[in-house]
Write a protein that binds this ligand. Structure first.
Ligand code: PGA
Length: 251
């Protein structure tokens, strides 16, 4: 079963509305000749509606960078999955390492957000990844297993088929230090094996697993050559149209 590659740009807390519109216009141009892969961008909330307007009727997909689990309510500072859909998002990043490590989101909270996204019709990109200390202590794989299992708790196979996973080792995010293709492949194959044990092999073989952490034009081709790497979640290099253009055109 062929998994369609997905290249996702995470703009984090960057760009004014006019800057976001300009970058989105460039992304649309980059994607004009790419029928075999999907491209998603996650602007900050303030630019979502404007960016959605720019990509309307193009193949470029829009994502929120996080979402609450309720449709509406007393959740100051949060955004509802229904609100994201209203402005044109079809996907949402859930459990990004910055949410986990700066804002203290637990696997349980990540799971609630993920189930809310599924319930209200968004495709969640569930981020998992070990810290440097986890890796040095030989705990990378158990941590990943726990993040995947707890992140997908109470998600049935039918819903899980819509989930995208992103493996982002915390030590590689924004540090310029990328996992080698072999390190990433090992983690991706491990995650796919966990999915096969939680669900079944056929479903695990269909779920896309992206790599994230200092993805650049210089390393995208070797990462994408690994059999279990189905795409990339790109931060810094997604903010420049030339580098993102090269990344979406991975060989
Ligand atoms: P980076 O960020 O590409 O700047 O390392 C990746 C991410 O946080 O998703």
């Amino acid at each position: 079963m062929a998994r369609r590659p997905l290249i996702a740009g995470n703009w984090k807390m960057h760009l004014t509305v006019p800057e976001a519109e300009r970058l989105a216009t460039a992304v649309v141009a980059s994607c004009a000749d790419l029928p075999d892969r999907e491209v998603m961008i996650a602007p900050p909330f303030t630019a979502l509606a404007a960016v959605a307007e720019v990509v309307r009727n193009t193949p470029v997909l829009i994502a929120g960078q996080n979402a609450a689990w309720e449709k509406q309510g007393a959740f100051t500072g949060e955004i509802s999955p229904v609100m994201l859909r209203e402005v044109g998002a079809s996907m949402v990043i859930i459990g990004h390492s910055e949410r986990r490590h700066i804002f203290g989101e637990s696997n349980q909270m990540v799971n609630r957000r993920l189930r809310g996204a599924l319930q209200f019709g968004l495709i969640p990109v569930l981020c998992v990844g070990e810290t440097l200390a986890d890796r040095e202590e030989g705990k990378a794989m158990p941590i990943l297993e726990q993040q995947v299992r707890e992140g997908l708790a109470e998600v049935d196979a039918e819903a899980a088929a819509r989930v995208v996973i992103a493996y982002e080792p915390v030590w590689a995010i924004g540090t310029g230090r990328t996992a080698t293709g072999a390190q990433a492949q090992e983690a991706h194959a491990f995650i796919r094996n966990v999915l096969a044990r939680v669900y079944e092999k056929k479903l695990a073989d269909e779920i896309r697993i992206l790599y994230g952490g200092s993805v650049k034009p210089e390393n995208i081709d070797s990462l994408m050559a690994e059999p279990d790497i189905d795409g990339a979640l790109v931060g810094g290099a997604a903010l420049q149209s030339e580098s993102f253009d090269r990344i979406v055109h991975f060989l």
